[in-house]
Write a protein that binds this ligand. Structure first.
Ligand SMILES: [Ca+2]
Ligand SMILES: [Ca+2]
Length: 341
């Protein structure tokens, strides 16, 4: 596995840095010249390196989900595990909606990508979807953070994990129109996109929480869409609460969440580990789903997204504080939301 990482890390570094070295004329007039990619470190899945005898649910691989106890999700589940009316859009490479641990979760889907199918050929969106909402206590697989919420499969990245800002913007607007309360974008580009920023602002104005991977850019280089102010930018931490060496970080990053050796669903009833700020963002979107289920519009704005975002950021544990503001804690965030109610 070390060899795979050695090969892929330079590829993603190249993606992060490529825009800097493109001829200037290639960058003028359009934000579409340079695509972004899904925010995973390797396209290969890895076998689990973490195994605990303590299980948080009766799912087969519960012991491999170190992020669940780390973020105190089981304690949060005492209050809510989400609800079917809370819809989370996964803007990604598609979802295997027939996966045994995702059956019934995807209520609608659309394909905006340059691909013949809304299914997940690349094997990224299915992993993200499982982290958010895989069925819990069904005796199989894993447990998603918001396992009673529902998903929208919004395919905006192609079968190589590549996306364009204008396409993701279309996906956001479609998701809002189809009832999404949370939009997860486990993808990033080093190029800004006005279409994408406007779509995110539109989503926020409609009461939606938008979550994005901070990118795997090593250091404080800005990544989009995570950088936009109406988007929660998520860095990745490991099981010891250290920020991953390849994770973007810096003042512009809003929260951190587990993103190293994350065990989740893969197409064809498979499971495996992946690392990246992709996985970190998915944990935050799951938590947002839990908080929407509590519905606490304390300030009477007519929307809950401001309270949800405040609870996520205000409920963080201080970890590795020289590099990130804090790592999400589902139980503390739920308590914040309940206190706000
Ligand atoms: Ca399960
Ligand atoms: Ca409000």
């Amino acid at each position: 596995m070390a060899r795979i990482r050695f090969i892929w890390l330079p590829v993603f570094l190249f993606l992060c840095l490529a825009a800097r070295f493109l001829p200037l004329q290639a960058l003028q007039g359009s934000s579409e010249v340079e695509p972004g990619s899904v925010a995973v470190i390797t396209s290969q899945f890895e076998s689990a390196s973490y195994e605990s005898t303590v299980a948080a649910s009766n799912d087969d691989y519960s012991g491999r989900q170190w992020a669940i106890p780390k973020t105190m999700a089981p304690q949060a589940w005492e209050f809510t595990s989400g609800k079917a009316s809370v819809v989370i859009a996964v803007l990604d490479t598609g979802i295997d909606k027939g996966h045994e641990d995702l059956v019934g979760k995807v209520i609608a889907e659309v394909n905006f990508a340059d691909s013949p199918t809304a299914d997940d050929v690349y094997g990224h969106g299915t992993h993200v979807a499982g982290i958010i909402a895989a069925a819990a206590n069904n005796g199989a697989g894993i447990a998603g953070v918001a396992y009673d919420c529902r998903l929208l499969n919004v395919k905006v990245a192609d079968d190589y994990g590549i996306f364009y800002g204008s396409v993701a913007a279309k996906g956001i607007r479609w998701a809002v129109e189809h009832g999404a309360m949370v939009i997860n974008m486990s993808l990033f580009s080093t190029e800004p996109s006005r279409d994408l920023e406007e779509a995110i602002n539109y989503a926020w104005s409609k009461g939606v929480v938008v979550v994005a991977a901070a990118g795997n850019c090593i250091g404080t280089k800005i990544a989009y869409p995570a950088y936009y102010s109406n988007c929660l930018a998520v860095a990745a931490t490991d099981s010891n609460d250290y920020v991953a060496s390849w994770s973007s970080q810096g003042d512009w990053v809003d929260v951190a969440a587990p993103g190293v050796d994350i065990y989740s669903t893969l197409p064809g009833d498979q499971y495996g580990s992946k690392s990246g700020t992709s996985m970190a963002a998915a944990h935050v979107s799951g938590l947002a789903g839990l908080l929407f289920a509590l519905r606490s519009d304390k300030n009477g704005s007519g929307f809950v997204n401001d309270e949800v975002r405040a609870a996520i950021e205000g409920g963080c544990d201080a970890v590795d504080i020289s590099r990130v503001k804090g790592r999400i804690n589902a139980f503390h965030a739920v308590n914040k939301a309940l206190a706000l109610r």
